[in-house]
Design a protein around this ligand. Structure first.
Ligand SMILES: Nc1ncnc2c1ncn2[C@@H]1O[C@H](COP(=O)(O)OP(=O)(O)OP(=O)(O)O)[C@@H](O)[C@H]1O
Ligand SMILES: [Mg+2]
Length: 322
């Protein structure tokens, strides 16, 4: 079997994958992209590469990781290496605008959104939003910059005040607030062209801000929180028996954009719409949900990577087809 390389910048998220790869009998190695060098004239090692680069890497002080990853993935793909969640996909991870435009073009319903570049235009642009609306950072992950505003005055105070959160790429999205029917969002997990399961996250606690003391960053969303399996946590559940045509549409979307592994989030609104608002391409699987579902994301990821490593066929290179 060819070696599997896991590209990432946060070791805390690796243990479940390490365990599953070990059980699969795979030869693998982690490749942290935090700081380092790349000899562009040398060939990459032989192997299968899986990028788990996170949009929130800068919040862990890893400011070079995004462009380091872009560079490494370009280099790998230029040599024809098989990359799961490769060069095109990292753009989607890093930009909610990129996700939104691709989803809209594929015919998915998406929330009304205005992207604002820099800080100066925010207050003016907000006036064209219906109330309530939310802000979020274009380069997000763990709910960065997600706040709800019910009136323009409090938004103006936020923009002018000390609590204003600078998006790392200076892009803030102003987005329609979707009223979730039943008070939950749904996430559909896809691995290697297969539907794993759907899970729900209760929105009654706001935007799932993590209550765990262990979280260094108070803005950490439970969905990406490695300690979210704490027994006190019950915001996440398996969405048992979830069957909907949206699953096949997400699978088709993954196929056409060369996405190997992703979680798609949607809200079923009080006015009867199903609106997709987020694509996560470096999912951390929640153990509570996995226990309920009787299925394991890390195990399926390991099997998928190991199958690619056994075959190592160039026609399995995951590149966009559309
Ligand atoms: N348009 C919206 N209307 C209502 N709630 C929203 C909307 N967009 C996001 N949310 C809520 O905020 C949470 C975080 O938003 P989002 O997933 O877009 O950010 P993120 O930075 O990608 O977070 P994560 O990495 O945890 O998925 C969502 O799970 C949902 O509960
Ligand atoms: Mg999300």
């Amino acid at each position: 079997m060819t070696k599997i390389f896991i590209i990432h910048e946060n070791s805390d998220w690796l243990p479940p994958f390490a365990e599953a790869l070990h059980a699969e009998g795979a030869e693998w190695e982690e490749w942290p992209l935090i700081e380092g060098a790349l000899n562009l004239d040398a060939p990459p090692p032989a192997g299968i590469f899986y990028s788990r680069m996170s949009a929130s890497s800068h919040t862990r002080g890893h400011t070079a990781s995004k462009d380091y990853t872009r560079s490494v993935l370009s280099w790998l793909e230029s040599h024809g290496r098989t990359v799961v969640n490769g060069r095109r996909v990292v753009e989607m991870e890093m930009s909610k605008i990129d996700q939104h435009t691709a989803l809209r073009a594929a015919g998915f319903e998406v929330p009304a959104t205005i992207a604002v570049f820099g800080r100066h235009d925010l207050k003016d642009q907000a006036r064209s939003m219906k109330l309530p609306f939310i802000t979020k950072h274009n380069q997000g992950g763990k709910g960065l910059g997600v706040r709800r505003f019910d009136d323009f005055k409090s938004f103006d105070e936020y923009v002018d005040g000390p609590d204003y959160e600078h998006p790392v790429d200076e892009i803030t999205l102003l987005q329609e607030y979707l009223h979730p029917a039943g008070g939950f969002i749904t996430r559909v997990e896809i691995i290697g062209g297969e539907f794993l399961y759907a899970l729900t996250a209760d929105t009654s606690a706001g935007f799932q801000l993590c209550p765990a003391d262990e979280c260094a960053d108070p803005g950490t969303s439970l969905e990406l929180c490695p300690v979210s399996a704490l027994p006190t946590e019950s915001l996440f559940h398996w969405r048992e028996g979830f069957e909907d045509p949206i699953i096949n549409r997400y699978l088709d979307f993954c196929q056409s954009w060369g996405i190997g592994i992703a979680g798609f989030e949607f809200i079923e609104t009080e006015d009867g719409r199903l609106v997709t608002y987020d694509i996560n391409t470096n999912t951390n699987y929640n153990p509570v949900v996995e226990k309920e579902a009787g299925r394991s994301g890390p195990v399926l990821v390991a099997r998928y990577l190991a199958a690619l490593a056994r075959e190592l066929k160039t026609d399995r290179v995951l590149v966009p087809t559309g």
